[in-house]
Design a protein around this ligand. Structure first.
Ligand SMILES: NC(=O)c1ccc[n+]([C@@H]2O[C@H](COP(=O)([O-])OP(=O)(O)OC[C@H]3O[C@@H](n4cnc5c(N)ncnc54)[C@H](O)[C@@H]3O)[C@@H](O)[C@H]2O)c1
Length: 251
């Protein structure tokens, strides 16, 4: 019996980076896991095959294509998940993008696409899952924010606004759903070694390294373990919080 056996989770953007680490960890903890990918079906299916072959428990892993920024695509996603599972116990809103630039050069399209994926996409997924979790009188929603949503960052007004918005959404939804035993929290990672941060210049990476009290960037698994904790019965009295997992940057 592992910590999440009997639980069903849905993870958005689970085919790589932090999302992939979350999928791996939830499967290891015994959950049945549905995860989405936006593009890269081969990589997603390879992950399903690897985890299904290695899984010691009877957990099922399923990959589904979805664009969280598109209401119809999210509706189709939830239709597909509920056709295969009577419950969704855990939703991890992990899908996110960056389109960085200083404000004078940032286009309306770059603003909109980041807000649409990072904030409106979470709204669509929370709305769909709230109905299911309210019926179950049980649920865990974990939103992946960012340290920059807490402290701000030049060149990222779109991304930072979306992540700061996510903290407000988390608090409001936590209050709205608390009477139905649905806990809503946000995890705010610092700088994690993924494709998203590979894009940074060496100079940016050096500056970041110097700003981290623990003196290093983190591995995706270090975020996944905190998500698994919030999803588990070890965290029954935490809701509406943003938990910084950032090596001490935001303090
Ligand atoms: N890497 C970091 O340092 C870092 C730091 C703080 C927060 N985060 C946040 O963590 C989350 C994951 O980041 P990552 O570094 O693993 O990024 P990544 O770019 O490696 O992966 C992002 C995932 O989101 C998916 N995605 C993007 N747009 C989508 C859409 N419209 N619909 C569905 N899926 C979509 C991608 O397919 C991919 O699977 C993001 O929300 C990001 O903002 C990352």
């Amino acid at each position: 019996m592992t910590k999440l056996s009997g639980k069903t989770a849905l993870v958005t953007g689970g085919s790589r980076g932090i999302g992939e680490a979350i999928v791996r960890r939830l499967v290891a903890d015994g959950a049945t896991v549905f995860f989405t990918y936006n593009s890269g079906a081969d990589k997603a299916q390879a992950l399903v095959q690897e985890l299904s072959a290695n899984s010691a428990s009877s957990s099922t892993v399923v990959a589904l294509q979805a664009n969280v920024a598109d209401a119809d695509s999210v509706a189709a996603l939830f239709k597909a998940v509920t056709a295969q599972s009577a419950r969704i116990d855990i939703l991890v809103n992990n899908a996110g993008i960056t389109k960085d630039g200083l404000i004078l050069r940032m286009s309306e399209t770059d603003w909109d696409s980041v807000m649409d994926t990072n904030l409106k996409g979470v709204f669509f997924c929370c709305k769909a899952v709230a109905k299911i979790m309210m019926g179950q009188r049980y649920g865990r929603i974990i939103n992946i924010g960012s340290v920059v949503g807490v402290i701000g960052n030049p060149g990222q007004v779109n991304y930072v606004s979306s992540k700061a918005g996510l903290m407000g959404l988390t608090k409001s939804l936590a209050k709205e759903l608390s009477s139905r035993n649905i806990l809503v929290n946000c995890v705010a990672p610092g700088y994690i070694n993924t494709e998203m941060t590979e894009k940074l210049t060496d100079e940016q990476k050096k500056k970041i390294q110097e700003s981290i009290p623990l003196g290093r960037t983190a591995e995706p698994s270090e975020i996944a373990s905190v998500v698994a904790f919030l999803a588990s019965d070890d965290a029954t009295y935490i809701t509406g919080q943003t938990l910084s997992v950032d090596g001490g940057i935001a303090m």
